[in-house]
Design a protein around this ligand. Structure first.
Ligand SMILES: Cc1cc2nc3c(=O)[nH]c(=O)nc-3n(C[C@H](O)[C@H](O)[C@H](O)COP(=O)(O)O)c2cc1C
Length: 135
């Protein structure tokens, strides 16, 4: 999918990964005629971006490069690195967190884990695996 995104970009096309394709397994199985054991993991929407989309301000990236690119071994970010990132977010973006969340990480975790889409994704993937185990 990443290669397709890069190729599309080169042709002036924009794209959006859709991880939600893992939801509603029963519908997607029928829609795409998916054989047994085929697990749709991502879908790509590709199209020509509007002027507004082309000129949009990119979202700020908080992770430093060494938190994302690891050499030879996985390098778990330190608590200090997370604290620095958290401080930057608080200073630059004045974010509003969900109730009971005191930082960005917990806010994001709660937003995802308690969301309806995550509940559906869990159900859908379970249904997929169950369908493979049958006969
Ligand atoms: C693995 C993955 C799955 C994603 N799934 C969805 C999705 O289901 N629906 C959606 O609207 N965007 C989805 N996105 C797109 C993100 O919401 C976001 O727009 C994209 O990563 C670009 O982020 P940026 O605007 O910070 O560059 C997904 C992105 C990734 C990397």
């Amino acid at each position: 999918a990443q290669t397709a995104v890069l190729a599309a970009e080169d042709l002036g096309l924009g794209s959006c990964y859709i991880g939600d394709i893992m939801e509603n397994f029963e519908i997607h199985k029928e829609l795409f005629n998916l054989p047994k054991y085929v697990l749709p993991i991502t879908m790509l929407c590709i199209g020509y971006p509007t002027e507004q989309q082309k000129n949009r301000t990119m979202r700020r990236r908080y992770f430093t490069k060494n938190m994302i690119v690891h050499k030879n071994i996985y390098q778990k970010p330190s608590v200090e690195e997370f604290r620095t990132m958290d401080k930057e977010i608080a200073e630059k973006d004045s974010p509003v967190f969900l109730a009971g969340c005191h930082n960005q990480a917990i806010h994001m975790y709660k937003r995802k884990i308690t969301s309806n889409f995550m509940t559906e994704m869990n159900r859908s993937v379970r249904a997929m695996i169950d369908s493979w185990l049958k006969s």
